[in-house]
Design a protein around this ligand. Structure first.
Ligand code: SF4
Ligand code: SF4
Length: 204
């Protein structure tokens, strides 16, 4: 009779509320801190935030970032630093979206959007160059032909920051500790943990 029990279980589940969706026609909202495709941001004055320091490449566990810095032209600097990112590449055949590059960047130049729906048919498309990664003159990411951006996902991508992580110091919750971004100004602080949460967590 075991197989009848199995059929009965299956039949009973036909009337349960579905937990799956008709992807990709129907998509669920993404979490606020989803790790997706990177962008290289610009400051409000349009300058590139990347100073070519290579810290992101050094920390990347998948060894998928390649950076070469170059001295800024004195008369027409590209970034506020001495140097700028002359070559910048991310190989998305390797990237595991761990976000360590974002954590390591001293200028908040490299950040991640929530757009992760992109696929490639050849290797060169998977290696994003600086031209692909740098936000445009309006502060928005480039839209490449194989990327599936949904409305609103290309906004506020370059100031996505880490300062209000739930595991962080509660006294910093809600305080802005990041720079402004081209087209959007300074992003508002997220609501994070409270002092009470911190005390409760410490006692567990
Ligand atoms: S998200 Fe992680 S794996 Fe991807 S480029 Fe950054 S450090 Fe490397
Ligand atoms: S993205 Fe940030 S960490 Fe990477 S080279 Fe540029 S400034 Fe340095």
């Amino acid at each position: 009779m075991g197989f009848l029990d199995g059929f009965g279980l299956t039949f009973g589940k036909l009337f349960d509320e579905r937990v799956t969706t008709e992807y990709p026609e129907e998509k669920r909202p993404k979490a606020l801190r989803t790790h997706g495709r990177h962008v290289l941001g610009r400051s409000e004055d349009g300058m590139e935030k990347c100073i070519g320091c290579e810290l992101c490449a050094g920390v990347c566990p998948a060894n998928c970032i390649y950076v070469r810095g170059l001295d800024n032209p004195p008369d027409d600097p590209v970034s506020p630093g001495e140097r700028y990112g002359y070559v910048y590449e991310i190989n998305y055949l390797r990237c595991i979206h761990c976000d360590l590059c974002v954590e390591a960047c001293p200028t908040e130049a490299i950040t991640e959007t929530k757009m992760f729906e992109f696929s490639f048919t050849n290797r060169s498309d998977a290696i994003y160059t600086k031209d692909d990664l740098l936000v445009g003159d309006d502060g928005r990411p480039q839209h490449l032909p194989w990327e599936d951006w949904r409305p609103g996902e290309d906004e506020h991508t370059s100031a996505w920051m880490r300062a209000t992580a739930p595991s962080g110091d509660a006294s910093y919750a809600g305080k802005i500790a990041w720079s402004s971004e081209l087209g959007y100004g300074t992003r508002a602080a997220e609501e994070g943990q409270t002092e009470d949460d911190s005390v409760a967590g410490a006692e567990e």
